[in-house]
Design a protein around this ligand. Structure first.
Ligand SMILES: Nc1ncnc2c1ncn2[C@@H]1O[C@H](COP(=O)(O)OP(=O)(O)OP(=O)(O)O)[C@@H](O)[C@H]1O
Length: 291
């Protein structure tokens, strides 16, 4: 399957990356909903299951978790053009602020610093040819997130939320933010959608049932992933072996692989029918288009 850019035309940007066909953001309205675990497992599934050339940019400069989750810790080498060479593991080329600063150093960033750090991690990196660069965004919808979304030429965004009402309210803010910066939303991922008891196999809907499905329907968006609450995901994150690597045949891995396939499908649809971008935004109030 060959990719060409699915980005909608007309947007200009400072941080356009040559050789990178699509850049997608994995975002969440608030922290702790599983955005990084989703970005990591999605990136690995895209590389291993969909056999695409994948990069993973940890733009979560406030709390970079990609180095631990991907089990990478060496400082990136520099090539003869003085560009950093991404650190590769599990078939994914990675870059993270966590690789560039001392461990445990406090990461206190002002807006402009975030952008210069991001410039270093995008333009300053020898990404080579990539089908998709997956960007693990900082949580929330503040200035930093808006600048990143505006400056990276994003083909689309994936919004991660838990099924709880409060998390979904935050997800709504994420949806509005991408709408304002005119980035199409590929869909919503419901993380921790249910807990399947390992003893009796009975699913428990700890954070409520179908919240994300309802929000997606209300916003005219697709629900492109439902990831159960599973110990193996947390263990995989902590141990630096993503669950899609350690047990690719498990139900959880299947959920991430389905998500990866939905992302590929979404990008393909956007490319074939750029009007989708407008369609994807149909249910967002008109006022938010004006800015
Ligand atoms: N579906 C899941 N099942 C079990 N544990 C999960 C699941 N998703 C995430 N976790 C765990 O929850 C914690 C928070 O997840 P993660 O770091 O991915 O969230 P985040 O939204 O990126 O957080 P932050 O805002 O801090 O960047 C991690 O310990 C992770 O392993």
């Amino acid at each position: 399957y060959k990719f060409s850019s699915a980005s909608a035309g007309g947007r200009t940007t400072e941080l356009r990356l040559h050789g990178v066909k699509d850049i997608i953001a994995v975002a969440s309205g608030k922290g702790g909903v599983g955005k990084s675990s989703t970005a990591v497992n999605l990136a690995v599934a895209l590389a291993n299951k969909c056999e695409l050339k994948i990069g993973l940019l940890d733009a979560d400069v406030y709390g970079p978790s990609v180095p631990i989750m991907m089990n990478i810790n060496q400082k990136p080498q520099v090539n003869q053009d003085m560009k950093m060479i991404p650190v590769e593991n599990y078939g994914v080329k990675c870059m993270s602020m966590g690789l560039l600063v001392e461990k445990d150093a406090p990461l206190v960033w002002r807006g402009p610093m975030v952008m210069s750090a991001l410039a270093k991690m995008t333009k300053g990196v020898d990404w080579g040819d990539l089908d998709i660069l997956v960007v693990d965004m900082p949580p929330g919808t503040g200035d930093a997130q808006i600048s990143i979304s505006q400056n990276l030429k994003l083909s689309g965004a994936v919004i991660v939320s838990t099924p709880q009402d409060v998390a979904l309210a935050d997800a709504n803010r994420g949806i509005s933010m991408f709408d304002k910066v005119r980035v199409p939303i590929l869909g919503l991922v419901e993380n921790m959608s249910c807990f399947v008891c390992p003893h009796c196999n009975e699913p428990s809907f700890i954070f409520g049932k179908e919240g994300a499905r309802r929000t997606a329907a209300k916003k005219g968006l697709k629900l492109i992933g439902e990831i159960p609450l599973e110990m193996s995901i947390r263990e995989g994150s902590d141990e630096g072996v993503p669950v899609v690597v350690s047990s690719p045949g498990s139900i959880v891995s299947k959920a991430y692989q389905d998500l990866a396939q939905n992302v590929v499908k979404g990008l393909k649809e956007l490319r074939e029918n750029p009007d989708n971008e407008i369609q994807m935004k149909l249910n967002v109030p008109h006022s938010s288009h004006s800015s």
